[in-house]
Design a protein around this ligand. Structure first.
Ligand SMILES: *[C@@H]1O[C@H](CO)[C@@H](O)[C@H](O)[C@H]1NC(C)=O
Ligand SMILES: *[C@@H]1O[C@H](CO)[C@@H](O)[C@H](O)[C@H]1NC(C)=O
Length: 328
């Protein structure tokens, strides 16, 4: 009986020792795990950098962009030793549809961030909530999603590489070498864009050719019988202006070179609060106006939104020279 008890005690003692040992090991391991995790998290924080995506987007906004970043986050490489992991301080924001070929962006602009939105595919990494309002929807969605984390230069562009409404060198100021020609090509146009000029002016239309749009694209206050059926945005502007800006100061003339492709600086964007861009997007998603009209409302307002006067029609030669360094 006595030997039995001693034996039991011994077994118990060994068991307790084993449990304590296992417990010690367990906590030790976990401590290692946690410290490892902490190091990892610290590195992730250091490594955190501006990316296009919804990370700063309000959870309770009706215009929430549900898209996720289109690029995987790099998890390795201490950022201090590899500054190249910092993303470029400039971004090209593209409004596209799923049938468009946007490969020209990745192929030609490795030194830019890319935010390629697809308006008609909800599975696309970056997309708009609905397909409404043409490119204006994409531009506003990007600004809202990234408002607190914008790179210093932002180019807003359509999906097409070549087109007939962009920038080009007109014959009278074309440089002596044909390599200066940025004819109807968004690659040549964006490559030629002088970033310091964008930083200095805040807004730069990628198109220098004034027609159409300048010198007096819209006259929202003219006699209604003079409104052109080709320009429904002119008739719609006064009400839209009030709904967007909350005042009745719609200018007699609104003008900028056409086509809603432009570059802006972060400073110009942030002269307005994020809530204003949200209001603009709500308006766009809510308006009964068709896309043709609402998209063109914004086409004639971007320069105003980003701080230019109602009529923004810089001389073509000056535009090419200062904005693109062409025809100097
Ligand atoms: C919702 O928006 C309000 C007002 O902007 C803000 O105070 C609040 O923190 C937001 N809530 C969430 C969950 O984002
Ligand atoms: C929509 O986007 C997803 C994700 O990028 C892609 O796999 C799918 O093919 C796209 N759908 C169409 C019809 O292009």
């Amino acid at each position: 009986m006595g030997a039995m008890v001693t034996c039991r005690r011994r077994v118990l003692g060994v068991s307790v020792a084993a449990v304590v040992l296992i417990a010690l090991l367990y906590f030790n391991l976990h401590q290692l795990d946690f410290s490892g995790l902490r190091t990892f998290l610290d590195e992730s924080n250091l490594d955190e950098h501006p990316r296009f995506g919804p990370q700063h987007h309000g959870q309770n906004s009706s215009v929430t962009n549900t898209a996720t970043s289109s690029q995987p986050t790099t998890t390795s490489a201490p950022p201090v030793q590899t500054p190249s992991t910092t993303p470029p301080d400039k971004v090209i924001v593209i409004a596209s549809t799923q049938s468009d070929d946007t490969s020209w962006i990745g192929e030609n602009f490795p030194d830019w961030q890319h935010a390629i939105y697809v308006v008609d595919n909800q599975s696309a990494p970056l997309h708009t909530e609905i397909n409404k309002g043409n490119e204006a929807n994409v531009y506003l969605t990007y600004l809202i999603a990234n408002y607190d984390n914008l790179p210093s230069t932002i180019v807003f562009s359509h999906d097409h590489r070549t087109h007939h409404h962009g920038s080009r060198s007109p014959p009278n100021i074309r440089g002596s070498s044909s390599t200066n020609d940025i004819a109807f090509d968004n690659v040549a146009t964006i490559k030629a864009l002088r970033i310091p000029y964008v930083q200095q002016t805040g807004y730069a239309n990628l198109r220098c050719i004034q027609h159409p749009g300048c010198p007096a694209g819209l006259r929202p206050l003219r006699t209604p019988s003079l409104f052109s059926p080709m320009s429904p945005q002119e008739r719609a502007m006064p009400a839209a202006w009030f709904e967007l800006f909350g005042n009745h100061d719609v200018p007699e003339v609104l003008a900028a070179a056409c086509c809603a492709q432009f570059a802006v600086s972060r400073d110009a964007v942030r002269k307005r609060g994020k809530a204003e861009y949200e209001r603009f997007l709500w308006w766009l998603l809510d308006t009964p106006l068709d896309d043709y009209t609402s998209g063109r409302i914004f086409e004639f307002l971007w320069h105003v939104v980003f701080g230019m006067g109602a009529v923004h029609c810089p001389d073509e030669g000056v535009c090419y020279r200062e904005q693109f360094g062409v025809g100097v």
